[in-house]
Design a binder for this molecule. Structure first.
Ligand code: KIV
Length: 287
C-alpha cells in the first residue's frame, strides 16, 4: 500500500475513520510504527527533548528536522510523513518560511509540513498551499512559546480564549491548511473546532472528539520514567527492561563471559604459522 495522500486521509475522516498519528524520529522506530499499521508519522520538533537531550524544542534547527525526517522517510513506504517546522525556521520573513517548508519536502521527502500558529499565519499557509506544500496548523498549546508561557499550560480555558482558538482554526482552514493539530485544550473546545471545520483535527491532550489522535512515541513506550505526562497513553514500560538489558551486557563484558565462541570468528587451520596469541593479560599484569 503506498503512502496515503492528503485526499485519502481527508476522506477517511469524512467516512468516520479516526486517524492515528505517532511521532517518529529514526529509521528503526519508524519501521516498527509502520509495521504496526500507524499510517501517519510526525517527525516532531519534540526530537529536541526525546532524542537530542535539550530541555525544550527551542534549540532544534531546520537541519536537525531534515536529518531526522530523511531517516523516517527512508525507512517507510506506506506512512504519510509530516515534518515539523522548528523554532525560528518560519518567523523571520515569509519567503524564508515558505522556502523552509519546501525544503522539508524537497530535501527530506516529507509528504506534508506542520507549523505552530493561528490566524496571523494565514498568508504563509496560503503561500505554502499555492506552492503545493500541504500544511498542517498547530494550535492550542504551542510548545515553541514555552518561554513566554512559563511552561506548557493548557490553552483556551476561558470563553474568550476558546473563541480565539476557533477563529484560528477557521482562518487556517480558509487559508488552505489541510489538517489541524489541537494540543492541550479543553475537550469542549476541541470538539467545537472539529465540528466547525471540514479538515481533519488531530488531538493531543484535547479529548476524544478530534478526527484523530497523536502521541509522542517515547510516552507510548514508557521510555522516560521521570516524564509521564497526564495526556499520554502508555502502552509499554520499556525503560526498566532496556536498562536491565544494558546492565546485563555490561556485566558480561566485565566478567569476560561475552563474547563467547558463538559471537567470534575462529581462524582455524588457515592461520597456521601465525604467532599464537599470548594468554590474556590479567588485571594485575596491567598494573
Ligand atoms: O513535536 C511534537 O512531537 C508535537 C506533538 C504535539 C505531537 O508537535
Amino acid at each position: 500500500m503506498p503512502r496515503p495522500t492528503i485526499p485519502q486521509l481527508q476522506s477517511r475522516v469524512t467516512s468516520g475513520e479516526p486517524l492515528v498519528m505517532l511521532t517518529a524520529y529514526d529509521s528503526t522506530f519508524a519501521r516498527l510504527a509502520e509495521a504496526a499499521g500507524i499510517d501517519f508519522l510526525l517527525v516532531g520538533d519534540s526530537v529536541g527533548m526525546t532524542l537530542l537531550g535539550h530541555a525544550s524544542t527551542v534549540p532544534v534547527t531546520m537541519d536537525d528536522m531534515l536529518h531526522h525526517t530523511r531517516a523516517v522517510v527512508r525507512a517507510t513506504q506506506n506512512a504519510h510523513v509530516v515534518c515539523d517546522l522548528p523554532f525560528m525556521s518560519y518567523h523571520c520573513g515569509e519567503d524564508e518560511a515558505v522556502r523552509n517548508a519546501g525544503r522539508a519536502m524537497q530535501e527530506a521527502g516529507a509528504q506534508s509540513v506542520k507549523f505552530e500558529g493561528g490566524a496571523r499565519w494565514s498568508s504563509f499557509v496560503t503561500r505554502c498551499t499555492d506552492a503545493g506544500i500541504p500544511i498542517m496548523g498547530h494550535i492550542g498549546l504551542r510548545p515553541q512559546q514555552s518561554s513566554l508561557l512559563g511552561g506548557y499550560p493548557a490553552q483556551g480555558r476561558t470563553a474568550e480564549a476558546a473563541e480565539q482558538l476557533l477563529d484560528d482554526a477557521l482562518a487556517l482552514e480558509a487559508a488552505g491548511a489541510w489538517a489541524l493539530l489541537l494540543e492541550k485544550m479543553p475537550v469542549e473546545v476541541a470538539a467545537a473546532i472539529t465540528q466547525h471545520v471540514r479538515i481533519p483535527t488531530i488531538g493531543i491532550g484535547s479529548g476524544p472528539h478530534c478526527s484523530g489522535q497523536v502521541q509522542v512515541m517515547h510516552d507510548v513506550l514508557g521510555l522516560d520514567e521521570n516524564f509521564r505526562p497526564r495526556h499520554s497513553a502508555q502502552y509499554a514500560d520499556l525503560a526498566a527492561p532496556i536498562r536491565e538489558a544494558f546492565a546485563r551486557y555490561a556485566n558480561d563484558v566485565k566478567a569476560r563471559s561475552f563474547p563467547t565462541d558463538k559471537q567470534s570468528v575462529n581462524g582455524g587451520d588457515a592461520l597456521a604459522g601465525f604467532p599464537m596469541p599470548r594468554p590474556p593479560r590479567s588485571s594485575s599484569t596491567l598494573l
